[in-house]
Design a protein around this ligand. Structure first.
Ligand SMILES: NC(=O)c1ccc[n+]([C@@H]2O[C@H](COP(=O)([O-])OP(=O)(O)OC[C@H]3O[C@@H](n4cnc5c(N)ncnc54)[C@H](OP(=O)(O)O)[C@@H]3O)[C@@H](O)[C@H]2O)c1
Length: 391
């Protein structure tokens, strides 16, 4: 019986994880579930799964949850704050930690899981983008097992040889990350400024949370994924290419030096990478319908137009610059996306806020958590000022 903590249980990824576990209840025990403010959702999950711990990152929400669980006569330890999240991520009885909190809030609890040597199912990409070298060094130092959940990285993981899951010394030429192009792949450029949050969150192939949906629409999601891939697979920027593939059936590919290209295909459904990582190297049923190639009939590919997607170029530039540049990029993006979702800035101001922030803050060597958190905080302040300019 594998024991699991789900950080961000109320997220799209958390809900999909519980759906997969439901099919294999004899193999998994849910030890801890966490959320931020959605008390009703977490209470309903607690009622169904009877975890030993429930954490609300928000202390007021934690009080409400505790009250709610007592009313239902459920004896569940309720914790709060980043301390509570880190505690359930590092409990000695836990084998697997699903890291599915959105944004930089996932960094500290995931690092706690890393330092406790857990199998980490990494859905969150922002933590690795913020702290790449430090995060990967900790994974190696503490013997944690890192399994990518992002469908692209999970696909690359599956296409790399067993054993050494990096592009080095494996005869790999480069990685091809596929991108659907989001809802605005062919949208008239001159109308992008009027896009609403509802339009940006309506992804053609995937159902996701609001932040990652906007990131997919600007293509910053692909930029964050490029940086994530560089850390996960020890790839240089020039070894990672992005190719548009509107159907989201091929989740990514690995090109080898002999001309072979290995791809992983599947329906666009996150339960496949979740099931893969939960029991890797063993395969289990995920609940995802089998791929019907005859019905799909056609797979299309296009190269990327960076004038349409400036965020992707900003991410490549930040990755090449190194140091805290990716931390700054990520923080400015979080602030800009939040402001767009609140209708404070237009969609087209998102890359401008990020570019302004990167220009105003110098990159430093990112070798301590203090430096990373300081760069994150400074970037948020500068991005917030830039928001006022673009309102
Ligand atoms: N969705 C996908 O298909 C997909 C695919 C690949 C990678 N990812 C990555 O997986 C992560 C989750 O994405 P999602 O779309 O599933 O997210 P989501 O549906 O927006 O859910 C976000 C989760 O994070 C929690 N949360 C938010 N702020 C928090 C804070 N400050 N402290 C603690 N918890 C906090 C939320 O709790 P409340 O519910 O209480 O607000 C919720 O559980 C992201 O990093 C995303 O990039 C997602």
């Amino acid at each position: 019986m594998k024991k699991i903590t789900i950080l961000g249980a109320t997220s799209t990824i958390g809900i999909n994880t519980l759906d997969v576990i439901k099919l294999h209840q004899d193999e998994f025990e849910v030890i801890a579930l966490t959320a931020h403010t959605q008390v009703d959702r977490l209470a309903a999950q607690c009622l169904e799964w009877h975890p030993q711990y429930a954490v609300m990152a928000d202390p007021d929400a934690a009080e409400q949850l505790e009250h709610r669980l007592k009313q239902k006569n459920l004896s569940i330890t309720v914790l709060s704050g980043v301390e509570g999240l880190s505690e359930v991520a590092s409990l000695s009885k836990v084998d697997i930690v699903m890291a599915a909190i959105v944004g930089s809030a996932c960094l500290l609890p995931t690092l706690a899981a890393v330092k406790a040597g857990k199998r980490i199912l990494l859905a969150n990409k922002e933590a690795l983008v913020m702290s790449g070298q430090l995060f990967m060094d900790a994974v190696h130092q503490y013997g944690a097992e890192l399994l990518p959940i992002d469908s692209e990285h999970n696909a690359i993981f599956q296409c790399l040889p067993t054993g050494n899951k990096t592009v080095q010394d494996n005869g790999v030429s480069h990685i091809l990350l596929t991108a659907s192009g989001g809802p605005f792949r062919t949208y008239p450029l001159e109308k992008l400024g009027n896009i609403t949050p509802e339009q940006a969150c309506a992804h053609p192939n995937w159902t996701m949370g609001r932040k990652i949906s906007v990131d997919s629409a600007t293509m910053m999601n692909k930029g964050l994924e490029v940086i994530e891939a560089s850390w996960l697979f020890s790839a240089l920027p020039e070894q990672i290419e992005v190719v548009l593939h509107p159907q989201s059936i091929i989740h990514s590919l690995v090109q080898y030096i002999d001309g072979s290209v290995l791809a992983q295909l599947g329906n666009p459904d996150m339960r496949t990478p979740i099931a893969h990582a939960l029991t890797w190297p063993k395969r289990i049923v995920s609940g995802v319908p089998h791929l019907n190639l005859a019905k799909i009939a056609q797979l299309d590919f296009e190269s990327i137009d960076l004038t349409r997607f400036p965020c992707l170029q900003l991410a490549y530039d930040a990755m090449s610059a190194g140091g805290t540049s990716s931390t700054i990029l990520n923080a400015a993006n979080e602030i800009a996306v939040h402001a767009f979702l609140k209708r404070h800035i237009p969609f087209t101001a998102i890359p401008k806020v990020i570019e302004t922030t990167l220009a105003q803050l110098s990159s430093r060597i990112a070798n301590t958590l203090e430096i990373i958190l300081e760069a994150d905080a400074q970037a948020r302040n500068i991005a917030q000022e830039a928001i006022n300019h673009y309102r």
